[in-house]
Design a protein around this ligand. Structure first.
Ligand SMILES: Nc1nc2c(ncn2[C@@H]2O[C@H](COP(=O)(O)OP(=O)(O)OP(=O)(O)O)[C@@H](O)[C@H]2O)c(=O)[nH]1
Ligand SMILES: [Mg+2]
Length: 216
């Protein structure tokens, strides 16, 4: 699949600003600093479509991009990160409200949950995954920063992530947004999502809540 063009649509700070969910949307979620904005830039082949920062918690808004491909159009959404320790309780509550509002409003969405391949899913990642599973929102795990590991470490990490989330390795896409590796694998998934029927069986990952291994 070819990405032909990408346009920034808008930022939304509250429910009123969310798109109404007519077009297929791919939302990129994950903890602060995991590389969501970098991942979006890699995917659309632009250096500065989404703002990358060394300061965690930079993206506080829901940012929408319109992506034109040779297979049609979709909306790519950069969600604000979570799990940043220095954020106040109030800000955390605001994040939760914003995200719940987002998932209540959005229609045709699939979520790419970015995790750091070196650390596996965090407690907050698992919380999000359980929420998505509960809401029957289809999602994929994108294991980022693979440039930090050797090939054998990547295989080992992938197995561990799959075991933690009780899913198959196939649901985990390994990428390095920095080195731009794994892009084709992601595009293959996007293409499949665009061409398949809208009635996708939800819960791509068979996570059974209560049985998850959480770090705490
Ligand atoms: N080594 C390595 N660093 C990366 C990779 N992807 C992103 N980074 C770095 O991680 C930092 C955070 O990247 P962002 O893309 O801003 O992360 P984010 O998830 O959008 O962060 P927030 O908007 O704060 O939630 C930056 O310094 C990036 O250069 C990667 O694949 N490998
Ligand atoms: Mg960001």
């Amino acid at each position: 699949m070819l990405i032909k063009d990408t346009k920034f649509i808008k930022s939304a700070a509250s429910k009123e600003g969310f798109l109404d969910g007519g077009r297929m949307e791919i939302a990129v979620a994950g903890k602060s600093n995991v590389g969501k904005s970098s991942f979006i830039n890699m995917l659309v082949n632009r250096n500065h479509a989404a703002r990358v920062s060394n300061t965690p918690g930079r993206t506080r808004l829901v940012n929408y991009f319109d992506v034109l491909t040779d297979k049609g159009e979709f909306v790519l959404t950069d969600l604000p990160g979570y799990g940043f320790a220095k954020v106040s309780k109030e800000e955390k509550a605001n994040w939760g409200k914003l995200m719940e509002g987002y998932f209540e409003t959005v229609g045709n969405v699939r979520v790419f949950v970015l995790i750091d391949i070196r650390h596996g899913p965090s407690y907050d990642d698992i919380g999000l995954i359980e929420y998505l599973y509960f809401k029957a929102v289809p999602f994929y795990i994108v294991a980022n920063k693979s440039d930090k590991l050797s090939r054998s470490q990547i295989q080992k990490a992938k197995k561990e992530i799959a075991a933690t989330l009780k899913t198959g390795d196939a649901n985990i896409i390994v990428v390095s947004s920095l080195k731009k590796t794994g892009r084709e694998d992601v595009l293959d998934v996007v293409e499949r999502l665009m061409t398949e029927s809208l009635e996708v069986e939800s819960g791509e990952l068979k996570v059974e809540s209560g049985e998850l291994k959480v770090e705490k």
